[in-house]
Ligand binder design. Structure first.
Ligand SMILES: [Zn+2]
Length: 216
């Protein structure tokens, strides 16, 4: 992330506490919150995938090591030969592969930590939770930058682990702001936290609010 964008992410209004509530329902904040929910789900999935990959690599290494337990190699270790002969043999065979899911997880957590460390501390939570907690008090520009960052990281993760996006079209409802159809809701947040977004004009509303107005 470039410096300018990071600065924007960390911009706060001067009267955070007073403005927080007033800004809570602004479209940019709703959209940033929804994007962070998507990211949270993607991160959890990446975490699971990373664990699976770690197990798979461990098993592959064990399987590859099995026929290598030759008397000669065992004897070399018993006699105080250097290192682990099994590991040497596997490396020689080119079987040691890296865990690309763990690599990406580490990279994006570093990136999110880099943002979260500039935000007011709200305890020892994950960087996503800390950023989420800070959203209501963010300036509209910072909230928007947060959404873009969350969506960018979310996209990277989902592409790597082939996890589909979480956006669902809301049929038959025109945007109250720009009158186009094609409103979208992300399915990652719990039902009562979902947000309906218009990708055309950037407006957003709590799902319950839109559906109530439609039902009426
Ligand atoms: Zn619209």
């Amino acid at each position: 992330m470039n410096v300018e964008k990071r600065d924007r992410l960390c911009t706060f209004t001067e009267q955070n506490d007073i403005l927080a509530l007033a800004q809570l329902a602004q479209p940019v904040h709703l959209r940033a919150g929804a994007a962070l929910w998507s990211l949270r789900i993607a991160l959890n999935a990446l975490h699971d995938r990373s664990d699976e990959e770690h197990r798979a690599i461990t098993e592959e290494r064990a399987a590859a090591a099995d026929p290598l337990k030759s008397p000669a190699l065992g004897r070399r270790q018993a006699l105080g030969g250097h290192g682990d002969p099994t590991g040497d043999a596997i490396l020689a065979l080119g079987l040691a592969r890296s865990n690309r899911y763990a690599d990406l997880l580490g990279e994006v957590l570093d990136q999110l930590d880099g943002v979260a460390k500039h935000l007011p501390s709200v305890g020892d939570f994950s960087p996503v939770a800390r950023i989420e907690a800070a959203v209501p008090a963010m300036s509209p520009a910072a909230a928007d930058a947060t959404r873009l960052l969350a969506d960018r990281i979310d996209g990277r993760i989902r592409r790597l682990i082939r996890l589909g996006h979480d956006r669902q079209l809301v049929p038959r409802i025109a945007c109250p702001g720009c009158d186009t159809t094609g409103l979208v809701v992300r399915t990652s947040p719990p039902l009562d936290r979902r947000v309906i977004e218009c990708f055309t004009c950037g407006n957003a509303w709590p799902r319950a609010e839109v559906l109530r107005s439609v039902d009426a």
